[in-house]
Design a binder for this molecule. Structure first.
Ligand code: ME8
Length: 519
C-alpha cells in the first residue's frame, strides 16, 4: 500500500472531439478541490488531467473539420489545457495520449499482458457504435426506421474483423473478491452494487484492438492493429507516473494511492476493465474509483441536439470563477445527479457567499477599520461564547477531513457553512455596534474573535475558492506561509496590534442585468 500521506488524484482524460463543457469543468474542479484539500493537510499530492486523443471518432471529427488528425488534436487539446488553467486547477501534469511516453507505456502494458497469457488473437463481429465507441449485443439494439441503433440511440453498424482479446472472462471472481476485501474501492456504494451485479451476469472476453482504423497505438509485433481505445485511455494514469519504469520516483511514490474521479457513464471501464488489466499485468489496483453524477440544465438532459450545452467559460465570465466552483461543489451531493439553473446559481452567490460569508468578513473588518484605526484590537478575557466560536472551525475541520476522504465535498462545505452561520449568529447576539457605547473593551474582544474566526474559515474554504480566500486571508494579514490546515490552530492566531489593509468586499451580490445570457 501507499505511504500514509500520499495522494494521487486523476480526472478522466477528455475526448478532444468536442469542446469543453460543464461535465469536464465539474470533474476537474472536484479533483482540484480534493488535491488542494490534501495539500493543505500536509499530503504529498499528485494531480493529473489530460486528453484522450485516439480512436475512430477523433479521426472522423478531424476529417469532417478538414484537418490532419494531429493538427486537430493539438488544437483541441489546447482548449482543455486552457480550460484547466481558467478553472485555476492545480494539476501537476497534463497528459496527452498521443505523447511518446504514453505510446511506450501502452505497448509495455500490452506486452506484459501478452507475456502473461492474457491476450490472444481472434475475430470480432458485432454491432458497433462509433459514437459510443462500444460494441452491443443483438438484444441491445433496435431498429429506428431503416437504421439499427444501440441502447443510447446511436447508430450501430455490423463490424467483423480480426481482433485481439483480453481474457476478461477469467477475472470476474477475482474482481468480486477484490470489491469484498476493499469495500470502498468503488464509491458511492450504490455504484459498487451495480458493478458487482454486472459482473455476476458473467464477463466475456474484451476486444482490445482494431484493424478498421489506424489512429491509435500500434499493437507491438502486429502494426495492422491499433489498440482499442479503453486499454489505451486507462493506461494514462500510470504513464504519467513513469510506467513502464515501476522504479520511477513518481510511480514508487504515488502508485497505487490513486483516486480516479469519473462520471458515472465510464464507471464500468474504470471499476472492471482497469483493475482486471492491472491485476493481469501483476500491478497494484488503485485505491478508489469514485463516480459522480450528471448535471441537467433546468431539468433537461444536456445534449448538443437540444442546444442546451453549458459552456463553463461563459459561466465563469457571468458569475465569477470561485462563485462557479462553489456552486458546482455545493449545489449537489457529489455522487448524485443535479440540476443547473441561473436562479439556483444566483441564490447561492447572493445568499451563501455575499450575505453570509462575505458580509461576515466585511462588516467585522469595516468595524475594525472604523473603530480601531484598522489595527487588530487586543481581546480581553474569553467568554464561553468566544471559545465556542473560536473552536468551531477546528471541530469542523475534523468532519471535513472525514467527508473529503469519502469524496463528500458537499458535506464538507455544508459543515464549513454551519460555522459561517454560527459566526453570524455570534455577531448578531454580541452586537458589537451596541457595545461600542456600553463596553468598548468587550467590543474589541468580539471584533477580535470574529476576525480570527474569519481567518480560520478562510483557510478552510481555500480548496474550493482559492482566489477569493487568498484575498480574504490578505485582509486579515495572514502570512502567506501560514495558510495550511495546521495553521487553523490558535498558535497562529492574528496578533493584536497588526495593521490590516483597508477592507474590501470579496463576494459582491449578483445583480441580474437586463439582457443576461442564461448560462
Ligand atoms: O469519457 N454532467 O471523455 P469525455 C456531469 N475519454 N459530467 C458529465 C456530463 C454532465 N452533463 N457530461 C459528461 C471520456 N460528463 C473518456 C474518458 S478516462 C480513461 C477516458 C463527464 O470527454 C463524463 O461523465 O466524453 C466523463 O467523466 C467526463 O465528462 C469526460 O467525458
Amino acid at each position: 500500500m501507499s505511504a500514509d500521506k500520499t495522494f494521487y488524484i486523476t480526472t478522466p482524460i477528455y475526448y478532444v472531439n468536442d469542446k469543453p463543457h460543464i461535465g469536464h469543468a465539474y470533474t476537474t474542479i472536484a479533483c482540484d478541490v480534493m488535491a488542494r484539500f490534501k495539500r493543505q493537510d500536509g499530503y504529498d499530492v499528485r494531480f493529473l488531467s489530460g486528453t484522450d486523443e485516439h480512436g475512430e471518432k477523433v479521426a472522423k471529427s478531424a476529417a469532417a473539420a478538414g484537418k490532419s488528425v494531429q493538427a486537430f488534436c493539438d488544437e483541441n487539446a489546447q482548449k482543455f489545457r486552457d480550460l484547466v488553467k481558467t478553472l485555476n486547477a492545480s494539476n501537476d501534469d497534463f497528459i496527452r495520449t498521443t505523447e511518446p511516453r504514453h505510446i511506450t507505456a501502452c505497448q509495455a502494458l500490452w506486452t506484459t499482458l501478452e507475456e502473461n497469457g492474457q491476450i490472444y488473437l481472434g475475430n470480432y463481429a458485432g454491432w458497433y457504435s462509433i459514437r459510443d465507441e462500444a460494441f452491443y449485443g443483438e438484444d441491445e439494439t433496435r431498429m429506428e426506421g431503416a437504421q439499427r441503433v444501440g441502447p443510447t440511440g446511436a447508430p450501430v453498424e455490423w463490424v467483423q474483423e480480426p481482433s485481439y482479446f483480453f481474457k476478461l472472462s477469467e477475472w470476474g471472481d477475482k474482481l468480486l473478491a477484490y470489491y469484498d476485501k476493499h469495500p470502498d474501492f468503488i464509491l458511492p456504494h450504490t455504484r459498487r452494487n451495480e458493478v458487482a451485479s454486472f459482473i455476476r451476469q458473467g464477463l466475456t472476453d474484451l476486444s482490445v484492438s482494431r484493424t478498421s482504423f489506424d489512429w491509435g497505438v500500434p499493437v507491438p509485433g502486429n502494426p495492422n492493429h491499433v489498440m482499442y481505445v479503453w486499454i489505451d485511455a486507462l493506461t494514462n494514469y500510470i504513464t504519467a507516473l513513469g510506467y513502464p519504469d515501476t522504479e520511477a520516483a513518481l510511480y514508487r511514490q504515488f502508485w497505487p494511492s490513486a483516486h480516479h474521479i469519473i462520471g458515472k457513464d465510464i464507471l464500468r471501464f474504470h471499476a472492471v476493465y482497469w483493475p482486471a488489466f492491472l491485476m493481469a499485468a501483476g500491478l497494484d489496483v488503485p485505491e478508489r474509483v469514485f463516480a459522480h453524477g450528471w448535471w441537467t440544465n433546468e431539468g433537461q438532459k444536456i445534449s448538443k441536439s437540444l442546444g442546451n450545452v453549458i459552456d463553463p467559460l461563459q459561466l465563469i465570465e457571468t458569475y465569477g470563477l470561485d462563485q462557479t466552483r462553489y456552486f458546482l461543489m455545493r449545489e449537489i451531493s457529489f455522487g448524485g445527479d443535479g440540476d443547473f439553473s441561473p436562479r439556483a446559481m444566483v441564490q447561492r452567490i447572493n445568499s451563501d457567499l455575499a450575505n453570509d460569508f462575505g458580509n461576515l468578513a466585511q462588516r467585522i473588518l469595516s468595524m475594525i477599520a472604523k473603530n480601531c484605526g484598522g489595527v487588530v484590537p487586543a481581546p480581553g478575557p474569553q467568554t464561553a461564547d468566544d471559545t465556542t466560536l473560536l473552536n468551531a472551525p477546528l471541530a469542523a475541520l475534523g468532519d471535513m477531513r472525514a467527508a473529503m476522504d469519502a469524496q463528500q465535498i458537499h458535506f464538507s462545505l455544508n459543515r464549513l457553512f454551519e460555522v459561517v452561520g454560527e459566526a453570524n449568529k455570534y455577531v448578531d447576539t454580541q452586537a458589537p455596534w451596541a457595545l461600542k457605547k456600553t463596553d468598548p473593551a468587550r467590543m474589541e474582544s468580539v471584533l477580535y474573535t470574529v476576525a480570527e474566526t474569519v481567518r480560520r474559515l478562510a483557510i478552510l474554504a481555500q480548496p474550493v475558492m482559492p482566489g477569493s480566500m487568498a484575498r480574504m486571508l490578505d485582509l486579515v494579514a495572514s502570512a502567506p506561509g501560514e495558510r495550511s490546515f495546521a495553521h487553523v490552530d490558535g498558535a497562529f492566531a492574528i496578533k493584536p496590534g497588526t495593521v490590516l489593509p483597508a477592507p474590501q468586499g470579496i463576494f459582491p451580490r449578483y445583480v441580474e442585468k437586463a439582457s443576461e445570457p442564461t448560462a
